[in-house]
Structures are given as C-alpha cells and as structure tokens.
Write a protein that binds this ligand. Structure first.
Ligand SMILES: NC(=O)c1ccc[n+]([C@@H]2O[C@H](COP(=O)([O-])OP(=O)(O)OC[C@H]3O[C@@H](n4cnc5c(N)ncnc54)[C@H](OP(=O)(O)O)[C@@H]3O)[C@@H](O)[C@H]2O)c1
Length: 215
C-alpha cells in the first residue's frame, strides 16, 4: 500500500519505518523535505521523501501526525485534497503547545474525533495511534503477544478495517472502539492513555468485546 506521512516527527518517523519494514511504500513529507534524508536512508528502499504536496499526490492512505493546534489551518489549506481518502490522524490537544485549539477541544468535552472530523471534512477519518507513546511504538512493535493495543475510532468501517490492518502490520493489536464520537474514550487523560496496555487490557478497560467493533 502507498502510505503518505504528513508530519514525519517522532510518531510519523517510527510508524513509517515500521510500515516500510512490512513492505509498504512510504513517502515521508515535511515542510522542509531535505531534513528527512537520514530518516529515508534508515527506512530502506521502500521509503521516499517529499513536500506535503508530493505526499498528497502519492498516498492511498495517509497518516497525519502534526501538532493538534496546527490541524485547523492544515485542514483549511489541504483538506479538500483529502476528501474521500483514508486518513489516520494522531494528534492530541495540549494547551501548553496547542493554545486555544486545545482549550476549545478540552472544554467542549466532545473529544478529538468530533474536532478532527470538523477540520478534515470529507476524509475517511480514523483516529489512531494517539494514545501510544512513540517510544512504546519503537520498542514494543511485534513483541510476543499479547501485543500493545492501539485504539481506533472511525465512522467509516472500511477505513477502520484498513487502518486496523496497518496497525497489525506495524506490530500492534488494533482495538476497534467504535465511531468517531468514541475517540474521546482514548483521548489524553483517559485511563487507557499512554499506559502500554495490551490489546486485551484495552478492550477490558473500554468494556469492548474481545474482538470486533462495538455497536
Ligand atoms: N510523541 C508521542 O509519543 C505522541 C504519541 C501519540 C500522539 N502524539 C501526537 O501526534 C502528533 C505528532 O506528535 P510527534 O511527537 O510526532 O510530534 P513531532 O515529533 O514534533 O513531529 C511533528 C511533525 O509535524 C510537522 N509539523 C509541525 N507543524 C506543522 C504544521 N503547521 N503543518 C504541517 N506540519 C507540521 C513537523 O514537520 P516539519 O517541521 O518537518 O514540517 C514535525 O516533524 C502530536 O499532535 C502529538 O500530540 C504524539
């Protein structure tokens, strides 16, 4: 699969490497693509790099992993090009980094699924990977089961299934939580956030069946 990474920092960098190792074609992107040469070299022949525009033209599936405070402006500028595309989005609202955007999200109580969908209208959006620390992703990929659980929320079940496959390919256990409105159950500050829980532990904590998406 052709995966375009927008925001090739800690999360985007680790996941992109894991996906190249799994045989996917990964294009890392940046506002300064020259800065990605080392990451591309470390990621092997399935990796390439380019501008955000190059990534938008390349991807069948997208990972957006940028500071949450920058997502509204990103959506204004590029959102129309992501309409109809599968987009996994990882951002978390931290007021000290993301300012008013984070305060708005946290004060609303609606959760990130609501807000990310508002800023990326038309995308087949999946909230993914936001609750797992980048070092956990780097250290625990493909560990002996039970693997680390990665909660996912999406309104589009086809997009959720493809994202779940990419979670497996990266070496983790996808936990399909439900529609985007349930993304708040694994947002920052929830009991499953940054805990290193296994998939079965996440399912128990979120009162989900052992496998499959809750209704
Ligand atoms: N680190 C974690 O453990 C972790 C875990 C789960 C979720 N998250 C969330 O995932 C997101 C990314 O986290 P991270 O730790 O990977 O951050 P990071 O290391 O700072 O990487 C973020 C990347 O976003 C790009 N970026 C910054 N501002 C941008 C803008 N206005 N428009 C487009 N691209 C922009 C930067 O790339 P260029 O400057 O090269 O363009 C940067 O490489 C954050 O929302 C974070 O809260 C982080």
């Amino acid at each position: 699969m052709k995966i375009a990474i927008i925001g090739s920092g800690r999360i985007g960098g680790v996941l992109g490497k894991l996906w190249t190792e799994a045989g996917h074609q990964v294009r890392f992107s940046s506002r300064h693509p020259d800065s990605l040469d080392r990451l591309v070299a470390e990621s092997g022949p399935n990796a390439s790099r380019g501008s955000i525009e190059h990534a938008l033209a390349f991807g069948e599936v997208f990972l957006i992993s940028i500071p949450y405070g920058s997502l509204p402006a990103f959506g204004d500028r590029y959102g129309s090009q992501l309409s109809g595309k599968i987009v996994m989005e990882t951002g978390n609202p931290y007021p000290e980094r993301d300012g008013e955007v984070a305060k708005q999200v946290l004060d609303s109580g609606l959760g990130t699924g609501h807000w990310s969908a508002l800023w990326l209208p038309g995308a087949r959006l999946v909230r993914a990977f936001n609750s797992v620390w980048d070092r956990t992703l780097a250290r625990e990929a493909h560990r002996t089961p039970p693997r680390v659980g990665v909660p996912l929320a999406a309104d589009d079940s086809g997009a959720a299934e493809i994202a779940a496959g990419l979670v497996r390919d990266a070496g983790f256990d996808p936990v399909l939580v439900g529609p985007l409105s349930r993304a708040r159950e694994f947002d920052v500050g929830t009991p499953v956030y940054n805990t290193n829980m296994s998939g079965p532990e996440v399912r128990r904590a979120l009162r989900l069946p052992e496998a499959g998406m809750a209704s």
